[in-house]
Design a protein around this ligand. Structure first.
Ligand SMILES: CC(C)=CCC/C(C)=C/CC/C(C)=C/COP(=O)(O)OP(=O)(O)O
Length: 308
């Protein structure tokens, strides 16, 4: 029974790989580009025949902007969605005898650099772990500083978001944030919601477990209200209730964690199921174009596997 259900579903739309990205983007309409873990990989593989010209036009569902890529990077397998755990800001500051705030400020600079590069090279979504649910336990001054960085950053960059066609989304438990920050976030999200070139998702007061819990609560309410019955609950329904429902591409193709730590640390637990992982030695404030290229090259060398 289970098997016949799988083959009757439409073919999945996997994320980019070194070998198959553009072909998939051509076959499926842009609105269907979200990755569903493949149930029947062979169905999609049969459809991989397109001309190179069409591949270039259709990459990531966005028009090509012909920005040359650094040597060794292939446009057709640039990841659509990159997620980043921006780790090592405090260590960076301490190593220099500076206050931890300087580490966070330097971290914001790195974030600006990576956002610019994503826009330039056609990455469509960047999700950054800016403040985890556990970070509320840090010293009050540090928490307040991070909140002020978020607010100032959003205000200062508003012009660039509009000029550069960047959509901003914030995911996480905003009920814990200062009211001023929540109002600003909602405003920025509203003002940028129709921007299409690139989406920056900032995870604040976020954890993967939080996201799953809030999705369960929303689904439970639907059952309680009689909108659905328990047997309606499936992967697709859960996906719709996760906070990453703010993006067309909820599944990161590549997760980068800086500072040499080899953990996922409660970040996007559902969404990372088939994500390629890259652990950089650099501390986040030292992570720039060269380090990003290294991560992307590593990604492009991989042969992605979905267990099929
Ligand atoms: C959008 C926005 C406002 C961004 C804020 C700036 C920024 C880079 C935040 C990272 C926050 C954070 C808790 C990182 C973890 O590393 P850590 O700093 O705890 O470093 P450690 O592992 O060296 O202690």
């Amino acid at each position: 029974m289970g098997f016949s259900l799988q083959v009757s579903l439409p073919p999945p739309s996997p994320p980019p790989t070194a070998t198959n990205t553009a072909a998939f983007t051509l076959i499926r309409p842009v609105t269907n580009l979200r990755f569903k873990p493949p149930l029947c990989a062979s169905t999609t593989q049969q459809q991989l025949v397109v001309s190179e010209e069409n591949e270039l036009k259709s990459i990531n569902g966005a028009p090509e902007e012909n920005v040359p890529l650094p040597l060794g990077l292939r446009r057709e397998s640039i990841p659509r969605h990159v997620a980043v755990v921006m780790d090592g800001n405090r260590r960076w500051a301490r190593m220099r005898g500076l206050p931890v705030d300087s580490g966070y400020e330097a971290g914001v600079k790195s974030l600006r650099t990576i956002v610019e590069i994503c826009c330039k090279w056609g990455i469509r979504v960047l999700t950054v772990f800016a403040f985890s649910s556990d970070n509320w336990f840090r010293p009050k001054m540090e928490v307040e500083f991070l909140m002020s960085l978020l607010e100032e950053g959003l205000k200062e960059e508003m012009g660039s978001f509009l000029r550069d066609n960047i959509r901003i989304s914030v995911i996480g438990d905003l009920s814990k944030l200062p009211k001023s920050a929540v109002e600003l976030i909602r405003n920025v999200e509203e003002i940028t919601k129709n921007n299409t070139r690139f989406q920056l998702i900032v995870a604040v007061s976020y954890s993967g477990k939080y996201d799953l819990v809030q999705a369960c609560q929303r689904i439970a309410m639907k059952v309680k209200d009689g909108v659905i019955v328990p047997s309606d609950i499936n992967e697709s329904l859960i996906e719709q209730e996760l906070e990453t429902n703010c993006t067309e591409f909820p599944y990161p193709d590549l997760l980068i964690r800086t500072s040499g730590e080899l953990r996922v640390s409660n970040f996007m637990l559902w969404q990372l199921a088939y994500t390629e992982l890259f652990f950089a030695q650099s501390l986040w404030p030292d992570f720039g174009e060269a380090e990003f290229i290294e991560a992307l090259r590593s990604f492009q060398r991989r042969r992605r596997s979905y267990g099929g």
